[in-house]
Structures are given as structure tokens and as C-alpha cells.
Design a protein around this ligand. Structure first.
Ligand SMILES: [Zn+2]
Length: 134
């Protein structure tokens, strides 16, 4: 693992004008994902070029909710959409609103599994129009 900054004390301003405490940066997507697998309360907040910034996130998404949305590819149908990166999805991928409905409409899915795999409505997907930043 290569966290470039010492934990804790780097603040970055997002496109929404919110200062976010970043706990580390990664230069490698695989390492960032591996780190997030082990530290599930942490997630990607910013990507600039090849640098991936990781911050601690509260489970209700109250930190992430203030953050900009990003262009993601749906891991189910492949369509592009704007949402927020969830730690359990490959960087640049998420679940689009149509596929959220489709998967949740099927029998047998566990709500906790869904949240763990795809994140939270209003945070990672199913964003209101005023939450979507461009
Ligand atoms: Zn989809």
C-alpha cells in the first residue's frame, strides 16, 4: 500500500466548495481499491489524473453527500451516468438508477447486501437533480 500523505491532515476543496479531510492518496487504482476493501468506511472523494484521494466517510453518506458527482459507467448495463463512487465498485463504476430498480425488483436480494455492494440511494445513485454536479 502506498499512502503518499501522512494520515489525517490534508484538506482538499471539492468542486462543491467543501473542504474534505483526506486520509491518503494513491497513485494506483488497484491499491486504492484494495485499501478500501479493508477500510470500508473510507472512500474515493476525488480523482485528479492518476491521483486518487481517499477520505473517511460516515456510513450515512453525510460527508459524501456534499461532494461532487462523477461520471460513472454502470456495472450492470454499461450506460454512463453521474453518481458517486462506492468503495465496493471498481473505480469509475457504479449502478445506474434503472438497474437499481431492476435489481431491487427481483426476488431474493438482501437490502444489506445491496447497500454493501452498490452503496446508498441519494448518495451513490438515485440522486436528485440539484445534487448532480457537472
Ligand atoms: Zn445500468
Amino acid at each position: 500500500m502506498k499512502i503518499i500523505t501522512p494520515p489525517g491532515r490534508l484538506y482538499v476543496k471539492t468542486d462543491m466548495g467543501t473542504d474534505v479531510e483526506v486520509i491518503g492518496m494513491f497513485l494506483d487504482v488497484g491499491e486504492a481499491n484494495a485499501y478500501m476493501e479493508e477500510n470500508k468506511e473510507h472512500g474515493v472523494v476525488l480523482e485528479y489524473g492518476h491521483v486518487i484521494y481517499i477520505a473517511a466517510m460516515s456510513d450515512d453518506g453525510s460527508t459524501r453527500r456534499k461532494l461532487r458527482t462523477v461520471r460513472l459507467s454502470c456495472c450492470c448495463c454499461g450506460n454512463g451516468f453521474r453518481g458517486r463512487q462506492h468503495w465496493n465498485q471498481d473505480t469509475g463504476h457504479g449502478l445506474c438508477d434503472s438497474c437499481v430498480d431492476w435489481i431491487q425488483g427481483r426476488k431474493g436480494y438482501e437490502p444489506d447486501d445491496f447497500k454493501r455492494t452498490y452503496g446508498l440511494p441519494g448518495v451513490h445513485y438515485k440522486l436528485t437533480a440539484d445534487e448532480v454536479t457537472t
